[in-house]
Write a protein that binds this ligand. Structure first.
Ligand code: HEM
Ligand SMILES: N[C@@H](CC(=O)c1ccccc1NC=O)C(=O)O
Length: 517
């Protein structure tokens, strides 16, 4: 029998899960790395003064040979990921060129940690927190702070912290579900039932934490100020990176090539994917309605031929969730693969669904809570991405109309109006409205998220529960029940393309893409 994976073999903590046992390093203590730390600690000032490029270009190329512990490598990754994204997105147009003082240490650090050279969830969340009071537990928002941010805003801190708190509060569910898998092997139905009930209750708490996003992260600030810095280099033509980015290794420029990576996303959280795997939930390629996913392939080697850039399978054959595993730290992605090989809870609940209603009920409750969590998330995405993007689009259209009217009333046709800021050298990308985001192709965002939610409900073992959780009864979190979606304009076929961070998404109203609850 395949052994149950041991957490310590995969850098997973029994108390903090995918967050480390010890808080991440706040800085690299070796004075050799002071130049990096100085920039990251002065990031906002350097962005505002438009001196970031100049300062980074002049940095010495520091070797990673003095990094000698995992926490140090992680700190280096996190700091360099912030610097790289700030370098790319602080100017208008964004910089497609990343200079050698960033490129060389960043690529080396990414290779060590088995991560692509982009600011992943690991760099922005998993390795970017500290406890306010080290003696107290970190599984609540009342004892967490963020180390670094792009904008220096409370909203950005909160945005990262909500995820960190979910990781910490969800952490005990990892050993819990592994022990349930062991119990199922021993046919211990009472133990499995008990574990699934505890799981369902704890997941309800995670849903509560998710909803606390609204407390301190303003959707407008998120969409217009924070999110632009989180973007990667893949499908970013409309944002000013038609070919992706070039990591300049210092050799002849004609030897350097463009690469494209997805931006940060919570889809890169191993915790949520662990729940899926343990409960036997599989995600199909987006839009596909049939059969199960192909067996996952797992990253072992990274930059520059990182699986995140290599495409051994056609994109549409690989589910988005599986693609995102290449953006997780190597050991965490391997952990998911190892759990996949032993996951038995769904089959176990299925086997006893007639004779053990308590077990079946506990399994279905666990699945229902995970589907509800995803429903709550869909509402968040509506508020933080869909609505601001539509408001920005509406504003732009209104301005265009007003300009046209002005022209008709005697203005000079065809003459562009130069704004004060563009005359002064252009705005940082986070301060200016995004270019038109149409025309880049992609997947429908809300339908994708609904598909992930519906795939969760599909594994319920009781036919009635399955029906309840199915699409036709789709609900978007606690207040959006019964499939009624305020503001949805049925029958009206408008299609917009929206820039995701990890992908390009359509916002297609005709598919019920709007949820204004
Ligand atoms: C303002 C906050 C958030 C926004 C705007 C947001 C937005 C999105 C978007 C646009 C996607 C699609 C993939 C992508 O392009 O990244 C996504 C996926 C996902 N997000 Fe979030 N997200 C937020 C917070 C969170 C939090 C706190 C969690 C906590 C676990 C989370 C969990 C997920 C998961 C698991 C996926 C993959 C789809 C799924 O499995 O259901 N998100 N999110
Ligand atoms: N998927 C989100 C971004 C997102 O959730 C995220 C991106 C980078 C780091 C952490 C993230 N999630 C929450 O902390 C978006 O598209 O705006």
């Amino acid at each position: 029998m395949i052994p149950i994976p041991r957490l310590e073999d995969y850098d997973v903590s029994p108390t903090n899960g995918f967050l480390s046992d010890e808080p991440p390093l706040e800085s690299l203590s070796d004075p050799y790395y002071e130049p990096w730390e100085h920039i990251i600690h002065n990031l906002q000032g350097l962005i505002l003064s438009k001196r970031l490029h100049e300062v980074i270009d002049k940095l010495p190329i520091l070797s990673t040979s003095r990094l000698n512990s995992t926490p140090q490598w992680r700190r280096a990754y996190s700091a360099l990921a912030f610097l790289t994204h700030a370098y790319i997105w602080c100017s208008s147009p964004p910089s497609e060129w990343i200079p050698p003082p960033l490129t060389l240490p960043f690529l080396s650090t990414c290779a060590h940690l088995e991560l692509p050279p982009v600011a992943t969830y690991a760099g922005l969340v998993l390795w970017n927190w500290k406890p306010l009071f080290p003696a107290e537990p970190i599984d609540s928002l009342s004892n967490l702070d963020t180390l670094d941010t792009f904008t220096g805003s409370l909203d950005e801190k909160w945005f990262f912290l909500v995820s960190a708190a979910i990781e910490a509060r969800g952490a005990p569910l990892i050993p819990l579900l592994l022990s349930a898998i062991t119990a199922a092997r021993h046919n211990d139905r009472a133990a499995v039932t008990e574990a699934l009930r505890t799981f369902a209750e704890r997941l309800d708490e995670l849903g509560g934490l998710l909803q606390r996003m609204y407390d301190n992260c303003d959707p407008h600030v998120f969409y217009h100020r924070i999110r632009p810095y989180l973007a990667g280099s893949k499908n970013m033509a409309d944002a000013g990176l038609p070919n992706g980015v070039v990591f300049d290794k210092g050799g002849p420029m004609n030897k350097q090539r463009h690469v494209q990576y997805s931006g940060g996303s919570n889809a890169q959280s191993s915790l949520i994917q662990f729940f899926d795997v343990a409960l036997g939930i599989t995600h199909r390629p987006t839009g596909s309605t049939t059969a199960t996913n192909p067996p996952p392939s797992h990253p072992t080697s990274h930059t520059p031929d990182h699986p995140a850039v290599k495409k051994p399978m056609k994109v549409e054959e690989k589910s988005f969730h599986l693609e995102m595993r290449a953006y997780m730290p190597g050991p965490h992605a391997r952990f998911l693969a190892a759990v996949e090989r032993v996951a038995n809870l769904r089959q176990f609940a299925q086997r006893f669904r007639q004779e053990d209603r308590e077990l079946a009920g506990a399994f279905d409750a666990a699945v229902a809570m995970l589907a509800a969590f995803r429903g709550g998330h869909i509402r968040i995405v509506s508020r933080y991405v869909i609505l601001p993007s539509q408001a920005a689009k509406g504003k732009k259209e209104k301005e265009a109309m007003e300009k046209m009217r002005g022209t008709e009333e005697g203005g000079k046709p065809g003459l562009p109006v130069r704004s004060k800021s563009s005359a002064a050298g252009g705005k940082a990308v986070a301060e200016r409205p995004r270019k038109d985001l149409r025309g880049t192709g992609g997947t429908a965002l809300i339908p994708f998220l609904r598909q992930a939610r519906d795939e969760t409900g599909e594994v319920a073992v009781d036919a009635w529960a399955r029906r309840l959780l199915s699409k036709s009864k789709g609900f978007e979190g606690s207040s959006g029940t019964s499939g009624e979606r305020t503001g949805e304009r049925r029958g009206e076929k408008t299609e917009e393309v929206l820039q995701g961070l990890a992908s390009v998404w359509h916002v297609d109203d005709s598919e019920g893409g709007l949820c204004l609850v």
